[in-house]
Design a protein around this ligand. Sequence first.
Ligand code: NDP
Length: 483
Amino acid sequence: MQTQPTASHFINGAYVEDTEGTPIDVIYPATGAVIGRVHSATPAIIDHALNSARTAQAAWAAMTGTERGRILRRAADIMRERNHDLSVLETFDTGKPYQETSVADATSGADALEYFGGMAATLTGEHIQLGEDWVYTRREPLGVCVGIGAWNYPTQIASWKGAPALACGNTMVFKPSETTPLCALKVAEILHEAGAPAGVYNVVQGLGDVGAALVSDSRVDKVSLTGSVPTGRKVYAAAASEMKHVTMELGGKSPLIIFDDADLENAVSGAIMGNFYSSGQVCSNGTRVFVQSGIKEAFLARLAERLGKAVIGDPQDPETSFGPMVSESQMEIVQGYIAKGQDEGARLVTGGARLDRDGFYLEPTVFADVTDGMTIAREEIFGPVMAVLDFEDEAEVLARANDTEFGLAAGVFTRDLVRAHRVVAGFEAGTCFINSYNDAPVEAPFGGVKASGVGRENSKAAIEHYSQVKSVYVRMGDVEAPF
Ligand code: NDP
């Protein structure tokens, strides 16, 4: 497959290159081979992208929601038709197994385009009668939105941000992570092919400095970031200085609580989905797995058995169920955490080593006897490392589950549904699961509380973050004045 893109950036309906920008090599995580090269955006490229988005916005907003929605839905159809090729590319970009990318990336992007495309025509204001007078509201776009993505779900993030933004009549400049620059270009190409006018959805490549330049530019009205908490703090502060709107989808260290009465097989499946999908590189992962003492040994034994069935190998092979880390540096970060876990006295149940092969492969790793103060129980690792902690009772575990600066997600496995709802009500987290983990349908709001974020993606809730309400008072009679 051709992995070298036509050019680095997609601006104003066309691929654009500027080789003055710092070169960024695209590395295939499964082999370490260079499979492409793009260039970071120069000031001239950033200028071109922002001007194009600004210029295109008024005409895009002036189209009816039905017309905009039709384009988004057409883009969704194209994305589904090309799912195979897009999934292969996503696997080259991220190293995630094709077994995952073929069902979780372009398909998820298409869901967002379809959902918000369908919603575009329904976005209306309201009428408020006040005696003879009345107020009506207009739901208006924000203007130019900047999207900045992490490297774990490049197609999905580019679509989850683009679809609601465009549905509301905004235009977008999207910057993917420099680690995974390929897939967002395809999203731009497909939207253009589906009929989005030039300048409506643009992609520029670059490192953090390009993101920073976009965030602080006065032509930008809103910033939506998917990234780590430290980056989120910087971007939020820069956006605040110009009073820009923000959505922050940041990291987590989410709890997954498994009570004695849980269905063991489902609890193990949930813990696997919440720790090892995408080699553990998922923001909402339930990486602190609290297991009640009565089920602990059975849980660990079954977990180790199930992990032994992971098919680790060439991620393009549809049989492979566990792939490499996205980059050498991310692998090294995770190895550092594994070493810390051992140094601080956690019990290594399985995994822990790098695989003796090309690429950035780590074994799925489980630590037991983890205590709350250990580094692996406090910091986001963003790799295939599960920490299993013991607990005895509900009140104790809930307090410990919430004792973190993060609040992205949380889950509970129990057959006692009254308890499940009680525990979920007590979670300090934006996205919760009962007897499941890590489902992210477009119909459901997704996002975090506390340091894990601001705002929600997906669902009707996203509309609030990509539009603003104008209130119009209409007087039907004379105006009274004091003098
Ligand atoms: P980073 O925070 O390092 O980077 C995120 C994006 O921000 C990248 O495109 C990066 O560019 C860019 N960036 C970096 N510095 C700045 C800056 N000063 N101004 C503007 N943009 C900047 O995250 P990672 O890419 O390492 O992704 C992993 C993190 O993302 C994890 O913490 C994870 O939890 C979180 N995440 C959150 C999700 C959620 O929905 N809540 C979903 C997925 C991931 P570049 O990388 O090119 O330097």
